[in-house]
Design a binder for this molecule. Structure first.
Ligand code: NAP
Ligand code: GDD
Length: 369
């Protein structure tokens, strides 16, 4: 429990206990807060929903309609809607649908909005640049316009990305120039500037979180970390022989997703809205993940990893390594899980899944050319 106030439920994360977070946390005692999360079915949305529910929020999660009910990552949070105080409520909506967003915001009037919804895969954004722009860029304008037009005082978190830095020199911080190298990164950069613009023009409370890669056992299976750890588990169990990858030399600043959702929340508790980088400050190559992940299962990665050029991108971001000193100083944010521990957590989780017969590995990638 926080050493400064008895209300704040931040556990062992704040190295700067005098930070503004505590002022808002004290306020939380009087009135339960309401949050809207777009992208609640995704990796980050699921961890954020857990965090906010644990803090007493009522959480509205916007989900898109699909022919199968895609709530695997939040199923454990289910609450019977017939009980009086059920606090996780799902609503249909889509970032491509401005009138629905306005309607939802008018009804919910959330204290906080976390805009995590996105077409979040960089390689896919080269195949679907127009759609990616519609959701990741213009979708943000739709949200901002609704908040502005309704005159809401909601605090807004926008999920920006280290991918916006492209090949700008590292370490990349809040003042590093944006040099997007993919439709995804360009869309996120547009969103970043729109948020800054609405903050300055209309005084909205909007925090841009510039997050470096963060992973977990809930990471989507076509992102490289999870693709590797799932393959390790299956290879160790004799269910798969080879793992096909693209560029092994690219390096990223990889952290643990639950640490990062804490930072999102902290950004919205600050006195003033601002832009913050969240990162570990360490960068490791894709090959290093392979080495560690296969070694965890007592396998030699060189015997199993093969090259497939279909996983090379038209333009690559070679090296990302973040400087999160501003978030550390102003928010007291610090990542807890280091690279090797992260890889171990993910490999162990996938080995357990295979052991328990939960390895319904419907890898979307193998269905494509
Ligand atoms: P994710 O697992 O891919 O989840 C994306 C979420 O967005 C899913 O809930 C998805 O719904 C939803 N979504 C997709 N298209 C939508 C639309 N048109 N309207 C409304 N919702 C839509 O992504 P994540 O890793 O949790 O990342 C969360 C956010 O942070 C994303 O904006 C991502 O770009 C950004 N980000 C992520 C990282 C990272 O390393 N994870 C780093 C920097 C920034 P479905 O389940 O229906 O597909
Ligand atoms: N996905 C994938 N699949 N990536 C591969 C593969 C492969 O088979 N082989 C090598 N890579 C390399 C990619 O070329 C890239 O350099 C690196 O592994 C990481 O790729 P991803 O895991 O797909 O993540 P990302 O860095 O492109 O994007 C993620 O992080 C961004 C933050 O920097 C996503 O979560 C984005 O939404 C996020 O904004």
């Amino acid at each position: 429990m926080c050493s400064v106030c008895s209300v704040c439920s931040v556990v062992n994360t704040l190295s700067n206990p005098q930070s503004a977070i505590h002022n808002r946390s004290r306020m939380a005692k009087s009135k339960p807060r309401t949050a809207l999360i777009t992208g609640i079915t995704g990796q980050d949305g699921s961890y954020l929903a857990e965090l906010l529910l644990s803090k007493g929020y009522t959480v509205y999660g916007m989900i898109r309609r699909s022919s199968t009910f895609n709530i695997d990552r939040i199923e454990h949070l289910y609450q019977d809607p017939h009980v009086a105080d059920y606090r996780l409520r799902l609503v249909y909506g889509n970032l491509t649908d401005g009138s629905r967003i306005t309607q939802l915001l008018a009804e919910i009037q959330p204290d906080e909005i976390y805009n995590l919804g996105a077409q979040s895969h960089v390689q896919v954004s080269f195949e679907q640049p127009e759609y990616t722009g519609d959701v990741d860029a213009v979708g943000v304008t739709r949200l901002l316009e609704s908040v502005r037009a309704l005159g809401l005082k909601s605090r807004i978190y926008q999920a920006c990305s280290s991918e916006m830095f492209g090949n700008a020199p590292s370490p990349q911080g809040e003042n590093t120039p944006l040099m997007p190298r993919s439709p995804y990164a360009a869309a996120k950069a547009y969103a970043f500037w729109m948020c800054k613009s609405y903050r300055e023009a209309y005084g909205l409370f909007i925090a841009n979180g510039i997050l470096f890669n963060h992973e977990s056992p809930r990471r989507g299976p076509t992102f490289v970390t999870r693709k590797i750890t799932r393959a390790v588990a299956r290879i160790a169990a004799g269910k798969q022989k080879a793992l096909y990858l693209g560029n092994l030399e690219a390096s990223r600043d990889w952290g643990y997703a639950p640490d990062y959702v804490e930072g999102m929340w902290q950004m919205l508790q600050a006195k003033k809205p601002d832009d913050f980088v969240l990162a570990t400050g360490e960068s490791h190559s894709v090959q290093e993940i392979c080495e560690l992940a296969f070694a965890r299962a007592k396998l030699d990665w060189r015997k199993h990893v093969k090259h497939d050029k279909r996983y090379l991108r038209p333009a690559e971001v070679d090296h990302l390594c973040g400087d999160a000193s501003k978030a550390r100083k102003q928010l007291g944010w610090k990542p807890r899980v280091k690279f090797e521990e992260l890889v171990n957590i993910m490999v162990d989780a996938d080995i357990q899944a295979v052991g328990e017969g939960r390895d319904d590995f419907r890898s979307e990638e193998r269905w494509f050319k």
